[in-house]
Design a protein around this ligand. Structure first.
Ligand SMILES: Cc1ncc(COP(=O)(O)O)c(C=O)c1O
Length: 357
C-alpha cells in the first residue's frame, strides 16, 4: 500500500485506490485491457499471472483490507486456492454453517483424505481455540452465512496462532468498511467480490488478501496453477462498484438496522438474527419451510433470489438449496439489505410475512 494511503479514511481509499497515476492524458479510471499476452521483456507476460486491470483491482482491494490482494475468477476460486495452501492431511477448523460452497468443499476434501476437518460453532470461542490444537488452518466467517453468528475474532486469532495455526477470515458479509481482519491479526482475508464489493449483481469475482508478501506470492502461484484468473471486464466493473462501497454499505446498514428492529416480535416470526451491524440478517419464519416460501414468493419490492451485497434487497429461504447445512432451520430466510427506501422495504416485507399467518 502506498504510504499516504495508510492515513486515509476507508471512504477515501474506496474512491481513490487502484487508479492510474495522475498526469496529462492519463485516464481517471483503470482501462479495460483485454489481452492474454504482453510483449516480452516487461513485468507482465501472461494474464493468468498478472494483467493491468486485474492489478488495479488488486491495488484497491489490498488498500481496503490493509494487505496484498490477489484476484480470482470467483469467491469459490479464491476459497479453493486457500484450501490448496495447506499440506496433505492437515487439520482445518471451520464453522458448522459456513457458506455452503465452502462447507461442502471442505467436507469433500475431508472425505478424500486431503484434509482432516474439525467443525466448530464460530461463536463458541473456547471450542474454536481448543479445536486449533494441532491444526494448520482456522477458517472463519464472521458474521457467518446464514446463521449470523459472530466470532470473537481477536480471541480466536490469538488462540489459533498460539497453537501454530494460520487464520483465514471470510470478510464477505462485514466488508472492509466495517471490519479489517488483517488488523486483528488474521493471515488471510477472503472476499466474494461478487457481493458487496461489486455491489450490482453483475459480475463474479473473488479475492484473497494476505498480511505478508510471501504468503501473497504463494496465493498468486495458486491462481496461476489453478487457472482461476478473472476477466479484465469484471475487474473493471468491480473497481467501479468499489467507488461507492462505503456509501452503499452505510445506507444498506441503516435499512438493516431499522427493519430488523421493527421485525422483532413480528407475529409471523420465531426469531430475528441480526448482530447489530452490517447489511445482512436472517429471520426464522414461524410457519417453517412452506410459510417461508410463501413469504419469499409474495414480495414485490424485495427480490426473491440468491446472492447478496447488491444495491437491490434480496431474500431467499436457504434450505431450498439441498446442500445447505442441516444446522440452518427449514424456515430461515436470509435477508440482504439494499439501498432502497426503508418504508418501501418495510411495507413490502411486512405484507409478505403476513400472508403466512
Ligand atoms: C460468505 C461467502 N463466501 C464465499 C462465497 C463464494 O463466492 P462466489 O459466489 O463469488 O464464488 C459466497 C457466495 O455466496 C459467500 O456468501
Amino acid at each position: 500500500m502506498p504510504e499516504h494511503e495508510q492515513e486515509l479514511s476507508v471512504e477515501t481509499i474506496a474512491v481513490s485506490a487502484g487508479r492510474p497515476p495522475a498526469g496529462p492524458n492519463q485516464p481517471l479510471n483503470a482501462p479495460i485491457v483485454p489481452a492474454s499476452a504482453f510483449h516480452a521483456g516487461g513485468d507482465i507476460e501472461y494474464a493468468r499471472e498478472a494483467a493491468p486491470t486485474t492489478s488495479a483491482l488488486e491495488a484497491a482491494i489490498g488498500a481496503l483490507e490493509h494487505g496484498s490482494a490477489v484476484a480470482f475468477s470467483s469467491g469459490m476460486a479464491a476459497a479453493n486456492a486457500a484450501m490448496d495452501l495447506v499440506p496433505s492431511g492437515a487439520v482445518v477448523v471451520a464453522p458448522s454453517a459456513a457458506y455452503t460452497g465452502v462447507a461442502v468443499r471442505l467436507r469433500e476434501l475431508d472425505a478424500i483424505g486431503r484434509i482432516v476437518l474439525r467443525i466448530v460453532e464460530a461463536d463458541d470461542t473456547d471450542a474454536v481455540v481448543a479445536a486449533c490444537v494441532g491444526a494448520h488452518l482456522l477458517w472463519l466467517e464472521s458474521p457467518t452465512n446464514p446463521l449470523m453468528q459472530v466470532a470473537d475474532l481477536p480471541a480466536c486469532i490469538t488462540g489459533a496462532h498460539a497453537a501454530g495455526a494460520m487464520v483465514l477470515v471470510d470478510n464477505t458479509f462485514a466488508t472492509p468498511i466495517l471490519q479489517n481482519p488483517l488488523d486483528l491479526g488474521a493471515d488471510l482475508v477472503l472476499h466474494s467480490v461478487t457481493k458487496a464489493l461489486g455491489g450490482h449483481s453483475d459480475l463474479m469475482l473473488g479475492a484473497l488478501v494476505a498480511r505478508d508478501a510471501d504468503l501473497a506470492e504463494r496465493v498468486r502461484i495458486r491462481r496461476v496453477l489453478l487457472g482461476a484468473a478473472p476477466s479484465a471486464f469484471d475487474c473493471y466493473l468491480a473497481l467501479r462498484g468499489i467507488r461507492t462501497l462505503a456509501i452503499r454499505v452505510e445506507r444498506a446498514q441503516q435499512n438493516a438496522r431499522e427493519i430488523t428492529a421493527r421485525l422483532v416480535g413480528h407475529p409471523a416470526l420465531d426469531r430475528v438474527r441480526y448482530p447489530g451491524f452490517g447489511t445482512m440478517a436472517a429471520i426464522d419464519v414461524a410457519g417453517g419451510a412452506d410459510a417461508a416460501e410463501t413469504a419469499c414468493a409474495s414480495v414485490r419490492v424485495w427480490t426473491h433470489a440468491t446472492s447478496l451485497g447488491g444495491v437491490e434487497s434480496l431474500l431467499e429461504r436457504r434450505r431450498r438449496w439441498p446442500l445447505e447445512s442441516s444446522r440452518v432451520p427449514e424456515g430461515l430466510v436470509r435477508l440482504s439489505f439494499g439501498i432502497e427506501g426503508v418504508e418501501d422495504l418495510w411495507t413490502d416485507l411486512d405484507r409478505a410475512l403476513r400472508t403466512t399467518l
